[in-house]
Design a protein around this ligand. Structure first.
Ligand code: AKG
Length: 280
């Protein structure tokens, strides 16, 4: 259900979630999606994977598929999902949009586990070299919806170093073996949404299990940040309500991304009416 009803305010960020996000750089919302939602989103995701394989994607290789929002109304409904968006605006405020979205399907490697160092990174590429500050600013976060069961390690888990969102650099093992100190797999059941700060050092990992891993990533940032994938969502604007349209990148004019008027940010107008303390 998209944001329309003020009852969604019950899903705002809890004190415990804020503390975890500030101190660890991530937190988990279990059962953010119910089993029927997981099943329907899984069917859409499986269909994309099959289509990409038919188009030449190597079967059994991980699929990184950006710009998936246009592929299904089910994906569009999560852009302004009532159980999740209130937590996003409680962290970033109202001048936000979806700057990036991708899904990843990670089939079993069929190999035995090894200890090679994973692909540790912070999000946003050159931002981490060209922006001053220590720590650099948060700017954006991602919400990762887990469709498959990664509640045990070895299943292509998302890995993080808790607390590392406040570090501009991280020591990676020079040998190429092992993970940075403090690294942990995130153990997420199907239906779990994992929020993470873009600065958190994180990585995908190989799938040594026999369960294909499926995750949807929604990146929210300030409206003055450029998109990070093609985001061909403009043809969804007309059919979307004003708040979803904002989140899909609509705006009155260029200046309004920096100095928004009410017409640019229907989310702010909605918050002013229903949760004035959030609209400042
Ligand atoms: O696939 C994963 O677990 C990690 C995804 C990732 O690194 C990212 O979204 O930046």
């Amino acid at each position: 259900m998209p944001i329309r009803d003020p009852s969604c305010l019950q899903y705002g960020l809890t004190d415990a979630e804020r503390t975890q996000f500030d101190e660890l750089g991530y937190f988990m919302v279990e059962n953010a999606l119910d089993p029927a939602q997981v099943a329907a989103l899984t069917a859409s995701t499986d269909a994309i994977y099959s289509r990409k394989v038919a188009e030449g994607h190597e079967q059994d290789k991980a699929l990184f598929y950006p710009n998936f929002i246009p592929d299904s109304p089910l994906y569009q409904d999560l852009v302004d999902y009532e159980k999740i968006l209130p937590k996003v605006w409680d962290i970033l405020g109202w001048n936000i949009y979806l700057y990036h979205a991708h899904l990843i399907v990670t089939p079993p490697t069929g190999q035995s586990p090894n200890d090679k160092t994973f692909g540790w990174h912070q999000d946003s590429g050159r931002t981490n070299m060209e922006m001053e500050g220590d720590p650099r600013p948060r700017l954006s976060l991602k919400v990762a919806y887990f469709l498959s069961d990664t509640s045990e390690a070895g299943r292509g888990n998302f890995w993080v170093v808790p607390g590392s969102h406040l570090w501009n650099t991280i020591d990676k093992p020079a040998s190429g073996e092992g993970q940075p100190a403090g690294a942990v797999p995130v153990l997420a059941k199907p239906g779990t949404a994992v929020f993470f700060d873009r600065r958190l050092w994180h990585t995908a990992s190989p799938n040594w299990s026999n369960l294909t891993r499926k995750v949807l990533f929604y990146g929210y940032g300030y409206r003055w940040i450029r998109t990070k994938d093609d985001m061909t969502v403009q043809n969804l604007w007309e059919q979307s309500d004003p708040i979803r349209r904002q989140l899909l990148g609509w705006g009155v004019n260029a200046n309004g991304f920096y100095s928004p008027t009410d017409a640019d940010v229907p989310l702010r107008v909605w918050l002013r009416e229903h949760a004035p303390s959030r609209a400042a």
